[in-house]
Design a protein around this ligand. Structure first.
Ligand SMILES: Nc1ncnc2c1ncn2[C@@H]1O[C@H](COP(=O)(O)OP(=O)(O)O)[C@@H](O)[C@H]1O
Ligand SMILES: O=C(CO)[C@@H](O)[C@H](O)COP(=O)(O)O
Length: 577
């Protein structure tokens, strides 16, 4: 094992709490995780990590479950022999947008944690609301409507805050909390995001928001680097409510590498952390993902977790209501471009579960799904003249585009788009669905990112496309998905999978802790890219899993992009009527 110092990164995602420990030279030393459904079974009443109130569109998670998971994941790291005493810095990530409402006892309780008792025993009573709205929550349509008009229109809101109003964005969630549960809003002393909640537990004091994660709230003015007064007024119910809301939100340090303090004595005494182990700002899971490798402009990351996201690092701020721009978590003047789909992993699982079972499925849950994807030709066009198949598979209401749940199947014969009907002579098998859902997710990403890609320097003969596509998240383990994403999205240098693919956000968190602790200062201050870029080696960290750009396929999918867009608008216009 390498010798210390070591750095610890967390990821508090929808279904799990993951931890990863790395050395200064970026070697992975130890990993552990808690899976909410598997480890806590029925204790918290969650399914796929969340609870749902269908009537109101609320999707939420018990905070007690997160609190209990912190002790458990650390106990697991400890049992594995992880040298806790040599951990010099801690950071991490949390699912974005999710909010925690602390009451006025919280600060004192965090400061006086007793290592002889569990966190859960001591933090049970410090929340004004015992649940955290999950990013899949869609209870805030009225609040989104209010946000979208408050600065004039959705584009103006996107210009200021990086995004138009979204159900899961924290500003709309806080506004709904004030309207729907005014007693909770009143009793709330501080509000955290999931990321700053986790940082607070380690710090033993309520931690500020991170400069990147704060841009997932619809409240932060990105260019002014401060809260937007008008949006605070809307959320607080008028000008007079703004000071109280500001207090709940706190100050936001603009430096992503800020050291917040040292670890709470609870962790030194209970798990053997060193007293000088430093806590740095925790960020969102997507911002942390772009920190898991030195990501150049024109590289793209596709995260295939519960949600699917498409991420790029760019110096160009070009906000639009249909996607998100967020502050880069470490690099001032850079932004994270993001598309976020609610129907990612769970939608693919639904299609997978409808397939006829194969013997191979006993060993690999994805065997029949993968066979179907690989044996179905692009767009299910078996021979010249067959129409292309296009579909949208949204078991949950979708974010991109903002449409209700449903499944839609269309065919396109080169000039016209027709809704598929079961009575059509043309067959549409469940095997075709496997290929079409994966293509559809990638086509949506290609459609919306086309203005961000350009010709690759040194390869002017290639059409504009990402240079590399990196796959991360649970679905990155899947070779058939890698192949189909390469077919649709290209990737001039290929499609790569991160070796800790399911743990990319936690790894990005660990790199952030390392950078914050070792970046130096004054004239010797190193940027994240300089520090991590100099230590990061491709070998052992990423594997090429697909060639990416194939001229014929890339063109074939390019030819149906307009039809795909048209299918989305038809679905949207029917949904609106
Ligand atoms: N071999 C695989 N093929 C496709 N999807 C997979 C595979 N293994 C895991 N997954 C998907 O990964 C998802 C979990 O990914 P993960 O990144 O851990 O999620 P999260 O961070 O949202 O909790 C599951 O919903 C599952 O559908
Ligand atoms: O809402 C978003 C991004 O805007 C989601 O990407 C969440 O950040 C959670 O993602 P998982 O990692 O749990 O899938």
């Amino acid at each position: 094992m390498s010798s210390g110092p070591f750095y610890l990164g967390f990821d508090l995602s929808t279904q799990q709490l993951k931890a990863i420990v790395i050395s200064s030279n970026l070697a992975v030393i130890s990993e552990a995780k808690v899976d909410f459904d598997a480890d806590f079974r029925t204790k918290y009443g969650t399914k796929k990590g969340v609870r749902i109130n269908e009537d109101e569109g609320e999707v939420y998670q018990p905070i007690a479950m997160w609190v209990e998971a912190v002790d458990l994941v650390l106990a697991r790291l400890h049992e594995k022999g992880c040298p806790m005493g040599q951990i010099k810095g801690v950071s991490g990530s949390g699912q974005q947008h999710s909010s925690v409402y602390w009451n006025s006892d919280a600060e004192t309780a965090l400061k006086s944690l007793n290592p002889r008792h569990t966190l859960l025993e001591q933090l049970g009573g410090v929340f004004a609301y015992e649940f955290a709205p999950n990013w899949q929550d869609h209870s805030t349509q009225n609040e989104c409507d209010d946000f979208d008009v408050h600065l004039g229109n959705p584009q103006k809101l996107a210009d200021v805050s990086g995004s138009a109003a979204h159900h899961r964005f924290t500003g709309t969630q806080i506004l709904r909390m004030r309207r729907r549960r005014p007693q909770v809003y009143e009793a709330t002393a501080r509000i955290s995001l999931c990321s700053s909640f986790l940082a607070s537990v380690f710090l033993g004091s309520i931690a500020p928001f991170d400069i990147s994660d704060v841009t997932g709230m619809n409240l932060w003015d990105i260019s002014a680097e401060t809260w937007n007064e008008k949006l605070l007024g809307l959320t607080a119910g008028g000008k007079e409510g703004i000071p109280a809301l500001r207090k709940k939100l706190g100050e936001v340090p603009t430096d992503g590498g800020v050291i917040l303090g040292t670890v709470s004595p609870y962790f030194t005494q209970r798990f053997g952390f060193s007293e000088d182990c430093r806590i740095t700002a925790f960020t969102g899971d997507n911002p942390a993902t772009i920190l898991c490798l030195p990501l150049r402009p024109l590289d793209a990351i596709v995260s295939l977790g519960t949600s699917s996201t498409f991420l790029m690092n760019t110096p160009n701020y070009k906000p639009d209501p249909s996607y998100h721009f967020m502050n880069h978590p470490t690099t001032k003047g850079h932004y994270m471009f993001m598309l976020c789909y609610k129907n990612g992993g769970l939608a693919r699982e639904k299609v997978r579960d409808a397939l006829p079972k194969l013997a191979a499925d006993e060993k690999d849950l994805w065997a029949s799904f993968n066979k179907s994807v690989l044996e179905t030709p692009p767009l299910d066009v078996h021979k010249d003249g067959d129409p292309a198949k296009l579909g949208l598979y949204f078991p949950l209401p979708e974010i991109v585009p903002n449409v209700q749940a449903g499944t839609w199947r269309y065919t396109h014969n080169g000039s016209s788009l027709t809704e598929y009907s079961a009575s059509s002579k043309l067959g549409w098998t469940s095997q075709a669905d496997a290929r079409i859902i994966v293509e559809s997710q990638a086509l949506s990403m290609r459609l919306r990112s086309q203005n961000l890609v350009s010709a690759i320097p040194g390869q002017p003969e290639l059409p504009a496309q990402p240079r590399r596509i990196y796959l991360v998240g649970g679905g990155s383990l899947n070779p058939a998905i890698a192949r189909a994403f390469g077919d649709v999205l290209g990737g001039a240098e290929g499609v790569y999978r991160l070796d800790v693919g399911g743990n990319a956000c936690a790894l990005g968190g660990a790199y952030k802790a390392l950078w914050a602790c070792e970046r130096g200062d004054g004239d010797r201050l190193q940027s994240f890219d300089e520090l991590i870029g100099a230590r990061w080696k491709e070998e052992g960290n990423v594997q090429k899993v697909d060639d990416g750009y194939r001229e014929r396929e890339y063109k074939r999918y390019g030819d149906v992009l307009d039809a795909f867009e048209e299918m989305e608008s038809r679905v949207l216009s029917v949904a609106k009527n």
